[in-house]
Design a protein around this ligand. Sequence first.
Ligand code: GCW
Length: 707
Amino acid sequence: MHMLGRLLASLMLAVGLAVPVFAEDGYDLWLRFRPLTGAALAQTETRLGSIDAADAGDVAVAELSRGLSGLLGKTVPVATGGKVLLGTANDPAITALGLDLRGLGPDGYVIRSIGDRTLVAGGSRTGLLYGVFHLLRLAQETAPLTALTVREVPKIDRRILNHWDNLDRYVERGYAGHSIWDWHKLPDWQDPRYKDYARANASIGINGTVLNNVNANATILTRPYLEKVAALADVFRPYGIRVYLTARFSAPKEIGGLAHADPADPAVAAWWKEKADEIYALIPDFGGFLVKANSEGQPGPQDYGRSHADGANMLADALAPHGGIIMWRAFVYSHETPDDRAKQAYTEFVPLDGQFRDNVLVQVKNGAIDFQPREPFHPLFGAMPKTPLMMEFQITKEYLGFATHLVYLAPMWKEVLDADTFRPKQGSTVAKVVDGSLDGHKLSAMAGVANIGSDRTWSGSHFDQANWYAYGRLAWDHGLSSEAIAQEWAAATFGPDPAIVDPILSMMLPSHQAVVDYMTPIGLHHLMGRGHHYGPAPWLTGGPRADWTSVYYHRATKDGIGFDRTRRGTGAVDQYAKVWADRFDKVKTTPPDFLLWFHHVGWQQPLASGRTLWAELLYRYGRGIQTVASMRRTWEGLRGKVDEDRWQQTAAFLSIQQKEAQWWRDASVAYWQSINGLPLPPGEKPPPQTLEHYKSLSFPFAPGDGK
Ligand code: GCW
């Protein structure tokens, strides 16, 4: 801190002004551990003022003493007889307590108040670390620290981030700067960020990371890069995080000198086996491969007339001796297939159920199109009972306003996780498919496409950190509510004062519905600008493929709008269990939020709301903009309560969001009117610009555009 700042700070403290004396640039995420005051300080001092650990060198001890030292404003001693007792289930000091610690698995833990001491015991060192972060969370949010009886075991075993990071540090769909992996300087220089990344992830239970883009470059599998990967793995290991890589299916050709990559050729299989041996010699706990094959131009087994199962199994056999897994993506669609894009993954993968090796998971996006602001759950969930299916969520906001729109994604993810597939019967939620409990699978996993980059905030904005946080928490326990997670995050990130946390929650919780309302209400989807997906472009047509245009998805004509996926249309409804198929097949029984996803509806058709479809569209655009306006007002009210730096950036981003929400509404309305020729419902303002104006806007350098 500069002299002047120091002077000011002490002056303010002297006159008793409650101003934060720390610069808040967002780097510390939710692990801020700023000094507590009053009763919270006293309680933490009394209950957690010293540490006793079987292994004082453990990262769990380092993290606990770091966090507590911050909260207590002094160095916390580590000594026998300390108030917090740390250990793993096998440590003699822990077994001596005679507690029932069965069933914790490696990642589970218990936290118990025993007399005036607090015990944290993990199923392994990783479980212990998770327990420590839990305890720190409670202390930081100033929760009561007496009578603690916590027992946590994650519902999903592999809680993974997917980085869409290229080797040149460009991040596909990244809105937070460059890749944090500085490949050029690795392995010799290990940026301190790597450790902070590991700490942050461990604090929310993430235990795996795929370092590179699914649009893969085979170079990552060459020896020099594997050495770089090994250096990262070494940094992450103490935090319980394994590395995974994407495998480019044509690697044997590109870096192996083989003539082709046909999975049926023993020479190809042998090349992968050797590659796997090489990887595991460097990284004994390597997690496995993620593969995007025969999708959007990526190579794959179908190039040789083989199936996805043939391709996945060949790779699975190479990794099996080392305990590695294959995460094979189901995000496939082809423009040679004229069928509805929403149907293609199901059509392709369901017949393969039962054909995959035991160490293969099929990684399925939450919805059948592509991370739209709202999609019905993917029909593959529940339709492949013999195969462990993993969830792929997108944390980075490719279709949700990039880094400047405040959109809290937990409600969207919960909506999908809680959806009932009705396969084979009621109560078979997507969450139960994914956690393996429905079909008794040993493997379970969830992936989140990371929103992490070189930006000081890590995620491109302060509130986007909440999405990283919420992803980790839901991967750990999909039963948590969006609200509880937001509460934890806000208290950790901005301080536990309800006068701050409550208003922040009132901004976060309706924010997902807001973005749906101002971008793609009532089941509309994929109306964003071409390639970069920034801003409205419902007029998009032409180009390389129909299903990369907006008109393909909204199908607006003079008489109506929406994609007919009923039995009279593409029949996509029948990919769902009969209960859903029958519901989705009729306008009346389709949830209003998905109306235009499944139906082509007349503009003047009256809806259950009492409005016509046209009026409802206008109403929802307006509602979305109103929510953003009210989020801005709430934030305005927090001025001076939240530190100035974070306040300023968030205020500026909210004003961008409001401007862009209005732009979405105006451009969309101008376009719909050019199609339907209808006057605006009473009270609705005409768009201030012509349709030609909105169409003329171009953004050649919008970030994240996959190039
Ligand atoms: O969401 C789309 C993106 C692509 C991405 C692809 C995928 C990595 O626009 O950038 O490629 O999906 O998930 O494979």
